[in-house]
Ligand binder design. Structure first.
Ligand code: DHE
Length: 504
């Protein structure tokens, strides 16, 4: 342990350089180990930083420093790691390309090397030891289990044919994996701290939303090379973090939620100058600051919004985007064609729109979203934008799922004493018809259906966890698959066909 000569107290920077810098890099941005910066650490669920330094982290190379560091040195080191970086190093095209690793032993198979239904493959992200399991969606056999970058966040995105999958970590690494060959193709660090990724409708581009630096990285899906890095600066000149990026296939664009400026950005990848965001001569609209820049393959349209909008949900046409206000007081609907607010939403309690789903109810389409701050699922009519019902649940939830062939919506209770509950809601009556408690006391969350909707896969989100396979009709468990803290699950067919019961 390094002691300061003047005070006799621990010197956390010196301790960092002595014990941590080899794996986490002198600038704390991560190498073999993850980045140790507040942007990453604040988001980590699990043991506190002090505990990780003292006891190490199971299933990783992080050792215990119990012998080397006193309790005081550990707590000062933890406090040091929570301080923001004084300067963020440049992370543009050159740095990103220098980080790219393409696997030399990767050979693309001509056809799947397995005999399962390629459309019913389901991936399970196991955050306990940073792996993904590739499941046969009919037999639930594990075809492969591969290592991912540390701390995957957000849904992996499939290529439109379902062959490749792209996975992002909070440290900004993007991994490309070939499901047919069961092999990693390569990795690239597209940002230093990233939020999520979106795949273009044509499958050519992958957009990466970054907090650090304030940028959007667009990668070629073919070889993970950089197509463009957009610095994100609002109309008023203020730089902004990108909270999330989504694809809007019919508009041939990516839509960005911005953290620090009240704007929505639309980034076009259209090859047709009269389609997508250019339709209707919008390049000359007063709401857009100046003409849309045409000197880039990815022109940007900046739409001013009445509030800061963090989380989005789109209608099936992608004309309307529902946004949740940062203050948690409500929401609003922006029409992307005219670039204006068209409705307010009665959505207090910080709805988690990103995990909203839609279904047909009578003559209308409804959308449902859980709230992060209270035990409610809000159901909204997508024509009138009126709230149809606020369903009271046993606590705040994080994820919801359904399937075209299922009469039920599955909604978890992620937070609080009832985190072991999973509500089954009737899509027509909007009543909770059953509450499952498969493992009392354990966090039970996130559901994904098989291609035909016959089975629902539920995570027991614990270190020694499981994926429970339910018969989606009888609501009985038919199989239990041991997994290491399984989080999200993603079925190829449901994702590439944009099933209304799943997040996009
Ligand atoms: Fe997530 C998806 C934002 C915390 C697990 N999360 C998303 C998406 C967004 C988002 C915008 C949709 C992107 C996508 O899939 O492309 N998440 C946020 C937050 O703002 C929040 C509340 C705090 C933060 O800053 O990150 C947050 N998220 C968490 C967690 O603590 C979770 C539970 C554990 C973790 O691993 O970080 C978590 N988020 C997930 C998962 C998805 C996700 C598993 C994909 C869900 C899906 O089914 O598609």
């Amino acid at each position: 342990m390094a002691l300061s000569l003047s005070t006799g107290f621990a010197d956390p920077r010196a301790d960092y350089l002595e014990h941590c810098a080899d794996c986490h890099l002198e600038n704390r941005l991560g190498a073999n180990g993850p980045a140790l910066i507040p942007e990453t650490l604040k988001r980590m669920r699990g043991p506190k930083i002090e505990e990780v330094i003292r006891d190490g982290r199971v299933a990783t190379q992080m050792p215990s420093y119990r012998e080397e560091l006193t309790d005081q040195a550990i707590s000062e080191l933890a406090a040091y790691l929570k301080t923001p970086l004084e300067t963020v190093p440049p992370w543009g095209e050159e740095e990103i390309m220098a980080s790219r690793v393409l696997d030399e032993d990767y050979v693309a198979a001509d056809a799947p090397i397995w005999s399962s239904d390629p459309m019913n493959i389901t991936l399970v992200v196991e955050t306990g030891d940073h792996h993904v399991s590739v499941l046969d969606g009919d037999t639930f056999e594990v075809l492969d289990r591969f290592a991912t970058p540390f701390a995957v966040h957000g849904g992996p995105k499939f290529s439109p044919d379902g062959r490749y999958v792209f996975i992002m970590s909070r440290d900004g690494w993007v991994q490309k994996y070939d499901i047919w060959s069961l092999k990693q193709v390569g990795r690239v660090r597209a940002g230093l701290n990233s939020r999520n990724i979106a795949m273009s409708g044509d499958g050519n581009w992958l957009a990466v939303a970054n907090y650090l630096p304030n940028s959007l990285t667009i990668l070629s899906t073919k070889d993970l090379s950089v197509a463009e890095v957009h610095e994100v600066v609002g109309k008023n000149g203020k730089p902004s973090r990108v909270s999330a990026v989504y694809q809007a296939p019919p508009r041939e664009s990516f839509v960005l939620a911005l953290k620090d400026v009240p704007e929505i950005w639309e980034v076009s990848y259209s090859k047709h100058p009269d389609l997508g965001i250019f339709a209707g001569g919008l390049a000359h609209d007063w709401r857009i600051e100046g003409p849309i820049a045409q000197d880039t393959p990815f022109p940007i349209r900046k739409i001013t919004t009445p509030d800061f909008l963090d989380d989005f949900f789109f209608d099936q046409t992608y004309e309307y985007v529902m946004g949740a206000s940062r203050a948690g007081t409500g929401g609003l609907v922006i029409d992307l064609v005219i670039g204006q607010k068209v409705a307010d939403l009665d959505l207090p309690g910080m709805p988690h729109l990103g995990s909203g789903i839609t279904w047909k109810r009578g003559d209308s389409t409804v959308m449902a979203t859980p709230h992060l701050q209270d035990g409610t699922v809000s159901v909204i009519d997508m024509n009138s934008w009126e709230t149809v019902k606020k369903i009271t649940t046993e606590g705040p939830g994080f994820f919801m799922r359904s399937h075209e062939n299922s009469p039920y919506v599955w909604a978890d209770v992620f937070f609080g004493p009832n985190k072991d509950a999973m509500h089954i809601i009737d899509k027509q009556t909007l009543e909770i018809v059953k509450t499952l408690r498969p493992v009392p006391g354990a966090t039970v969350a996130h559901v994904e259906f098989t291609k035909d909707g016959r089975y629902a896969l539920v995570s027991v989100w614990e270190d020694d966890g499981e994926v429970l396979v339910y018969d989606a009709k009888t609501l009985e468990i038919v199989k239990r698959l041991p997994m290491r803290k399984p989080s999200g699950k993603y079925n190829v067919w449901n994702k590439i066909t944009f099933s209304e019961g799943t997040s996009h």
